[in-house]
Design a protein around this ligand. Structure first.
Ligand code: AMP
Ligand code: MN
Ligand code: MN
Length: 327
Protein backbone atom coordinates (compact mmCIF):
# COMPACT_ATOMS: atom_id res chain seq x y z
CA UNK A 1 0.00 0.00 0.00
CA UNK A 2 2.55 2.58 1.18
CA UNK A 3 5.24 3.77 -1.23
CA UNK A 4 8.71 2.43 -0.45
CA UNK A 5 10.19 4.52 2.36
CA UNK A 6 13.69 4.94 3.86
CA UNK A 7 12.21 4.81 7.39
CA UNK A 8 10.75 1.36 6.65
CA UNK A 9 14.11 0.24 5.25
CA UNK A 10 15.80 1.38 8.48
CA UNK A 11 13.25 -0.50 10.60
CA UNK A 12 13.54 -3.65 8.47
CA UNK A 13 17.36 -3.59 8.64
CA UNK A 14 17.31 -3.08 12.41
CA UNK A 15 14.84 -5.92 12.94
CA UNK A 16 16.79 -8.32 10.72
CA UNK A 17 20.03 -7.57 12.59
CA UNK A 18 18.48 -7.93 16.05
CA UNK A 19 19.61 -10.64 18.48
CA UNK A 20 16.22 -10.55 20.22
CA UNK A 21 13.03 -8.56 19.62
CA UNK A 22 10.31 -7.90 22.20
CA UNK A 23 6.95 -7.11 20.62
CA UNK A 24 4.53 -5.25 22.87
CA UNK A 25 1.07 -3.73 22.40
CA UNK A 26 -1.16 -1.81 24.81
CA UNK A 27 -3.03 -2.76 27.98
CA UNK A 28 -6.64 -3.93 27.53
CA UNK A 29 -5.39 -5.47 24.30
CA UNK A 30 -7.52 -5.46 21.17
CA UNK A 31 -7.42 -7.15 17.78
CA UNK A 32 -5.02 -4.60 16.32
CA UNK A 33 -2.59 -4.55 19.23
CA UNK A 34 -2.41 -8.34 19.55
CA UNK A 35 -2.86 -9.19 15.85
CA UNK A 36 -0.04 -6.81 14.86
CA UNK A 37 2.33 -8.17 17.52
CA UNK A 38 1.63 -11.78 16.54
CA UNK A 39 1.75 -10.99 12.80
CA UNK A 40 5.20 -9.42 13.16
CA UNK A 41 6.24 -12.26 15.50
CA UNK A 42 5.49 -14.85 12.77
CA UNK A 43 7.21 -12.70 10.13
CA UNK A 44 10.38 -12.28 12.20
CA UNK A 45 10.54 -15.93 13.16
CA UNK A 46 10.18 -16.71 9.43
CA UNK A 47 13.39 -14.69 8.95
CA UNK A 48 15.16 -16.54 11.77
CA UNK A 49 15.02 -13.50 14.11
CA UNK A 50 14.37 -14.45 17.78
CA UNK A 51 11.15 -12.61 18.66
CA UNK A 52 8.82 -12.68 21.66
CA UNK A 53 5.37 -11.17 22.21
CA UNK A 54 5.07 -9.85 25.76
CA UNK A 55 1.80 -8.67 27.34
CA UNK A 56 1.07 -7.18 30.74
CA UNK A 57 -2.26 -8.97 31.16
CA UNK A 58 -3.76 -12.33 30.37
CA UNK A 59 -5.05 -12.56 26.79
CA UNK A 60 -8.89 -12.43 26.46
CA UNK A 61 -10.49 -15.74 25.48
CA UNK A 62 -11.90 -14.37 22.23
CA UNK A 63 -8.32 -14.26 20.86
CA UNK A 64 -7.52 -17.90 21.68
CA UNK A 65 -7.88 -18.80 18.00
CA UNK A 66 -5.01 -16.54 16.88
CA UNK A 67 -2.03 -18.53 15.58
CA UNK A 68 0.85 -18.22 18.05
CA UNK A 69 -1.22 -16.75 20.88
CA UNK A 70 -0.14 -19.51 23.27
CA UNK A 71 3.47 -18.33 22.96
CA UNK A 72 2.61 -14.87 24.30
CA UNK A 73 4.58 -14.22 27.50
CA UNK A 74 2.43 -12.75 30.27
CA UNK A 75 4.69 -13.46 33.27
CA UNK A 76 7.84 -11.47 34.00
CA UNK A 77 9.44 -14.73 35.15
CA UNK A 78 9.17 -16.09 31.59
CA UNK A 79 10.94 -13.18 29.89
CA UNK A 80 13.61 -14.17 27.35
CA UNK A 81 17.25 -13.98 28.49
CA UNK A 82 18.18 -11.22 26.06
CA UNK A 83 16.70 -8.67 23.67
CA UNK A 84 18.16 -5.62 22.01
CA UNK A 85 15.11 -4.23 20.23
CA UNK A 86 11.63 -3.47 21.59
CA UNK A 87 8.81 -2.78 19.14
CA UNK A 88 5.92 -0.87 20.73
CA UNK A 89 2.77 -1.21 18.64
CA UNK A 90 -0.64 0.48 18.55
CA UNK A 91 0.21 3.02 21.26
CA UNK A 92 2.66 5.86 21.66
CA UNK A 93 4.10 5.65 25.14
CA UNK A 94 5.71 3.00 27.30
CA UNK A 95 3.24 3.50 30.15
CA UNK A 96 0.39 2.24 28.00
CA UNK A 97 2.13 -1.10 27.48
CA UNK A 98 1.49 -1.82 31.18
CA UNK A 99 5.04 -3.26 31.36
CA UNK A 100 7.99 -2.01 33.38
CA UNK A 101 9.50 1.02 31.62
CA UNK A 102 12.93 0.19 33.05
CA UNK A 103 12.75 -3.23 31.46
CA UNK A 104 11.76 -1.86 28.06
CA UNK A 105 14.28 0.99 28.15
CA UNK A 106 17.17 -1.43 28.66
CA UNK A 107 16.89 -2.36 24.97
CA UNK A 108 19.44 -0.83 22.61
CA UNK A 109 16.61 0.52 20.49
CA UNK A 110 12.89 1.14 20.76
CA UNK A 111 10.86 1.13 17.55
CA UNK A 112 7.32 2.52 17.63
CA UNK A 113 4.79 1.49 14.99
CA UNK A 114 1.47 3.27 15.46
CA UNK A 115 -1.41 4.98 13.70
CA UNK A 116 -2.90 7.12 16.49
CA UNK A 117 -3.46 10.77 15.73
CA UNK A 118 -2.59 11.56 19.37
CA UNK A 119 0.91 10.02 19.02
CA UNK A 120 3.52 12.82 18.81
CA UNK A 121 6.21 10.47 17.45
CA UNK A 122 8.52 10.91 20.44
CA UNK A 123 9.11 7.22 21.23
CA UNK A 124 12.35 5.84 19.75
CA UNK A 125 12.47 5.25 16.01
CA UNK A 126 8.86 6.19 15.39
CA UNK A 127 6.78 5.22 12.38
CA UNK A 128 3.49 6.92 13.18
CA UNK A 129 1.03 7.38 10.35
CA UNK A 130 -2.68 8.07 11.06
CA UNK A 131 -3.53 7.35 7.42
CA UNK A 132 -3.34 3.65 8.24
CA UNK A 133 -6.58 2.16 9.60
CA UNK A 134 -4.66 -0.31 11.76
CA UNK A 135 -1.12 -1.12 12.77
CA UNK A 136 -1.73 -4.49 11.12
CA UNK A 137 -1.88 -2.63 7.82
CA UNK A 138 1.51 -1.05 8.58
CA UNK A 139 2.95 -4.49 9.35
CA UNK A 140 1.68 -5.73 5.98
CA UNK A 141 3.38 -2.74 4.28
CA UNK A 142 6.57 -3.61 6.16
CA UNK A 143 6.38 -7.25 5.04
CA UNK A 144 5.74 -6.21 1.45
CA UNK A 145 8.65 -3.77 1.40
CA UNK A 146 10.95 -6.37 3.02
CA UNK A 147 9.79 -9.14 0.69
CA UNK A 148 8.85 -11.35 3.66
CA UNK A 149 6.41 -14.19 3.01
CA UNK A 150 2.89 -13.59 4.29
CA UNK A 151 1.90 -17.07 5.46
CA UNK A 152 -1.71 -18.01 6.38
CA UNK A 153 -0.78 -17.50 10.07
CA UNK A 154 0.54 -13.98 9.39
CA UNK A 155 -2.51 -13.24 7.25
CA UNK A 156 -4.92 -14.36 10.00
CA UNK A 157 -3.21 -12.12 12.57
CA UNK A 158 -3.06 -9.07 10.32
CA UNK A 159 -6.61 -9.51 9.00
CA UNK A 160 -7.77 -9.63 12.64
CA UNK A 161 -5.98 -6.30 13.21
CA UNK A 162 -7.46 -4.68 10.13
CA UNK A 163 -10.99 -6.03 10.57
CA UNK A 164 -11.31 -5.11 14.25
CA UNK A 165 -9.87 -1.59 13.97
CA UNK A 166 -12.14 -0.79 11.02
CA UNK A 167 -15.22 -2.14 12.83
CA UNK A 168 -15.29 -4.99 10.30
CA UNK A 169 -14.91 -2.58 7.41
CA UNK A 170 -17.68 -0.20 8.48
CA UNK A 171 -15.86 2.74 10.15
CA UNK A 172 -14.86 5.84 8.19
CA UNK A 173 -11.24 4.60 8.11
CA UNK A 174 -12.30 1.87 5.66
CA UNK A 175 -10.56 3.12 2.52
CA UNK A 176 -10.02 1.40 -0.81
CA UNK A 177 -6.50 0.59 0.40
CA UNK A 178 -7.95 -1.13 3.49
CA UNK A 179 -10.16 -3.32 1.33
CA UNK A 180 -7.29 -4.08 -1.05
CA UNK A 181 -5.08 -5.08 1.89
CA UNK A 182 -7.92 -7.19 3.30
CA UNK A 183 -8.20 -8.93 -0.08
CA UNK A 184 -4.42 -9.54 -0.11
CA UNK A 185 -4.63 -11.10 3.36
CA UNK A 186 -7.66 -13.20 2.46
CA UNK A 187 -5.84 -14.52 -0.61
CA UNK A 188 -2.79 -15.23 1.55
CA UNK A 189 -4.95 -17.59 3.63
CA UNK A 190 -6.48 -15.48 6.45
CA UNK A 191 -9.02 -17.58 8.34
CA UNK A 192 -11.78 -14.99 7.92
CA UNK A 193 -14.60 -17.11 9.39
CA UNK A 194 -12.75 -17.78 12.64
CA UNK A 195 -11.98 -14.07 12.92
CA UNK A 196 -15.63 -13.08 12.43
CA UNK A 197 -16.91 -15.75 14.81
CA UNK A 198 -14.48 -14.92 17.61
CA UNK A 199 -14.06 -11.16 17.30
CA UNK A 200 -17.51 -10.08 16.09
CA UNK A 201 -20.25 -12.63 16.68
CA UNK A 202 -19.13 -14.20 19.97
CA UNK A 203 -20.97 -12.96 23.09
CA UNK A 204 -20.62 -14.82 26.40
CA UNK A 205 -23.61 -15.07 28.76
CA UNK A 206 -21.92 -12.68 31.17
CA UNK A 207 -21.34 -10.17 28.39
CA UNK A 208 -25.02 -10.34 27.45
CA UNK A 209 -25.90 -9.81 31.13
CA UNK A 210 -23.69 -6.74 31.14
CA UNK A 211 -25.24 -5.47 27.93
CA UNK A 212 -28.75 -5.80 29.38
CA UNK A 213 -27.75 -3.86 32.48
CA UNK A 214 -25.90 -1.20 30.51
CA UNK A 215 -28.81 -0.66 28.10
CA UNK A 216 -31.15 -0.15 31.03
CA UNK A 217 -28.94 2.80 32.02
CA UNK A 218 -28.79 4.45 28.59
CA UNK A 219 -29.28 8.22 28.75
CA UNK A 220 -29.12 11.12 26.34
CA UNK A 221 -27.89 14.70 26.62
CA UNK A 222 -27.72 17.72 24.30
CA UNK A 223 -31.11 17.00 22.70
CA UNK A 224 -30.01 13.48 21.83
CA UNK A 225 -26.70 14.45 20.26
CA UNK A 226 -24.86 12.68 23.08
CA UNK A 227 -25.76 9.11 24.07
CA UNK A 228 -24.25 7.69 27.24
CA UNK A 229 -23.95 4.11 28.49
CA UNK A 230 -22.64 3.46 31.95
CA UNK A 231 -21.61 0.34 33.79
CA UNK A 232 -21.37 0.82 37.56
CA UNK A 233 -18.92 -1.35 39.47
CA UNK A 234 -21.72 -3.37 41.10
CA UNK A 235 -22.85 -4.53 37.66
CA UNK A 236 -19.43 -5.99 36.87
CA UNK A 237 -19.58 -8.01 40.04
CA UNK A 238 -23.17 -9.16 39.36
CA UNK A 239 -22.51 -10.32 35.78
CA UNK A 240 -19.07 -11.76 36.46
CA UNK A 241 -17.55 -10.18 33.38
CA UNK A 242 -13.87 -9.66 32.85
CA UNK A 243 -13.14 -6.12 31.86
CA UNK A 244 -11.41 -7.15 28.65
CA UNK A 245 -14.53 -8.92 27.34
CA UNK A 246 -16.54 -5.90 26.29
CA UNK A 247 -15.63 -5.11 22.73
CA UNK A 248 -18.39 -3.39 20.76
CA UNK A 249 -20.73 -2.32 23.56
CA UNK A 250 -20.37 1.37 22.75
CA UNK A 251 -21.78 0.67 19.27
CA UNK A 252 -25.25 0.46 20.84
CA UNK A 253 -24.95 4.07 21.99
CA UNK A 254 -23.55 5.20 18.65
CA UNK A 255 -26.39 3.43 16.85
CA UNK A 256 -29.13 5.69 18.26
CA UNK A 257 -30.18 8.09 15.46
CA UNK A 258 -29.07 11.67 16.07
CA UNK A 259 -26.07 10.64 18.18
CA UNK A 260 -23.02 12.74 17.34
CA UNK A 261 -20.92 11.51 20.25
CA UNK A 262 -21.32 8.20 22.12
CA UNK A 263 -19.83 7.76 25.58
CA UNK A 264 -19.26 4.52 27.50
CA UNK A 265 -18.29 4.82 31.16
CA UNK A 266 -17.07 1.66 32.89
CA UNK A 267 -16.28 1.57 36.60
CA UNK A 268 -13.60 -1.12 36.51
CA UNK A 269 -12.96 -0.36 40.22
CA UNK A 270 -14.98 1.82 42.57
CA UNK A 271 -12.44 4.61 41.95
CA UNK A 272 -11.17 3.75 38.45
CA UNK A 273 -13.34 4.59 35.47
CA UNK A 274 -12.58 3.78 31.85
CA UNK A 275 -14.04 6.04 29.21
CA UNK A 276 -14.66 5.16 25.57
CA UNK A 277 -15.69 7.84 23.09
CA UNK A 278 -16.99 7.52 19.51
CA UNK A 279 -18.09 10.32 17.22
CA UNK A 280 -19.52 11.04 13.82
CA UNK A 281 -18.05 13.37 11.19
CA UNK A 282 -15.60 16.06 12.24
CA UNK A 283 -16.44 15.95 15.97
CA UNK A 284 -13.00 15.24 17.43
CA UNK A 285 -13.13 13.00 20.50
CA UNK A 286 -9.34 12.49 20.61
CA UNK A 287 -9.01 16.01 22.09
CA UNK A 288 -11.47 15.10 24.84
CA UNK A 289 -9.55 11.90 25.65
CA UNK A 290 -6.20 13.72 25.54
CA UNK A 291 -7.44 16.39 27.95
CA UNK A 292 -7.90 13.56 30.50
CA UNK A 293 -4.51 11.95 29.79
CA UNK A 294 -5.78 9.44 27.20
CA UNK A 295 -5.65 9.45 23.41
CA UNK A 296 -6.97 7.91 20.23
CA UNK A 297 -8.32 8.90 16.84
CA UNK A 298 -10.67 11.64 15.61
CA UNK A 299 -13.74 9.37 15.82
CA UNK A 300 -12.63 6.82 18.45
CA UNK A 301 -10.73 7.61 21.61
CA UNK A 302 -10.47 6.69 25.27
CA UNK A 303 -8.97 7.46 28.65
CA UNK A 304 -8.84 6.04 32.18
CA UNK A 305 -9.45 8.24 35.22
CA UNK A 306 -8.71 7.45 38.85
CA UNK A 307 -12.09 8.78 39.98
CA UNK A 308 -15.54 7.31 40.70
CA UNK A 309 -17.93 6.97 37.76
CA UNK A 310 -20.23 9.85 38.77
CA UNK A 311 -17.34 12.36 38.91
CA UNK A 312 -16.00 11.13 35.59
CA UNK A 313 -19.42 11.38 34.00
CA UNK A 314 -19.74 15.04 34.96
CA UNK A 315 -16.23 15.97 33.79
CA UNK A 316 -16.31 14.04 30.52
CA UNK A 317 -19.80 15.24 29.57
CA UNK A 318 -18.72 18.85 30.16
CA UNK A 319 -15.80 18.33 27.73
CA UNK A 320 -17.99 16.52 25.20
CA UNK A 321 -20.55 19.33 25.30
CA UNK A 322 -17.79 21.81 24.51
CA UNK A 323 -16.94 19.86 21.35
CA UNK A 324 -20.60 20.05 20.29
CA UNK A 325 -21.06 23.61 21.59
CA UNK A 326 -24.11 22.66 23.61
CA UNK A 327 -24.85 23.09 27.30
P1 AMP B 1 -11.52 2.04 23.22
O1 AMP B 1 -12.64 2.96 23.48
O2 AMP B 1 -10.88 1.48 24.45
O3 AMP B 1 -11.86 1.03 22.17
O4 AMP B 1 -10.37 2.95 22.57
C1 AMP B 1 -10.60 3.75 21.45
C2 AMP B 1 -9.28 4.29 20.93
O5 AMP B 1 -8.70 5.14 21.90
C3 AMP B 1 -8.25 3.19 20.65
O6 AMP B 1 -7.52 3.56 19.50
C4 AMP B 1 -7.38 3.21 21.87
O7 AMP B 1 -6.07 2.79 21.58
C5 AMP B 1 -7.43 4.66 22.31
N1 AMP B 1 -7.36 4.74 23.78
C6 AMP B 1 -8.23 4.21 24.66
N2 AMP B 1 -7.85 4.46 25.94
C7 AMP B 1 -6.69 5.14 25.86
C8 AMP B 1 -5.76 5.68 26.81
N3 AMP B 1 -5.96 5.55 28.15
N4 AMP B 1 -4.66 6.32 26.35
C9 AMP B 1 -4.44 6.45 25.03
N5 AMP B 1 -5.27 5.97 24.07
C10 AMP B 1 -6.37 5.33 24.46
MN1 MN C 1 -5.71 -0.67 19.88
MN1 MN D 1 -5.06 0.34 16.31
Amino acid sequence: MAPSSPLLDTIIARLCAAQGVLLVGHVATDGDSLGSCLGLWHLLRGQGVPAYVVAAEKIPARFSFLPGVHSVITEATDYPPYWDVVVVMDCGDLRRTGLSETLLRCAVEVINIDHHQSNQGMLGTAWVDPRFAAVGQQVLALAEQAGWEVTPAVATCLYTALATDSGFFRHSNTSGAVLRDAATLLEAGADMRSIVENCLERKTLSELCLLREALSLLTQECDGRVTVLEIPFTVFARCGVEEAEMEGMIEYARAVPGTQIAVLLRAVQTDITKVSLRSRGSNDVSVVAMSFGGGGHLNAAGCTLHLPLSDVRAAVLAAVKQVLSCD
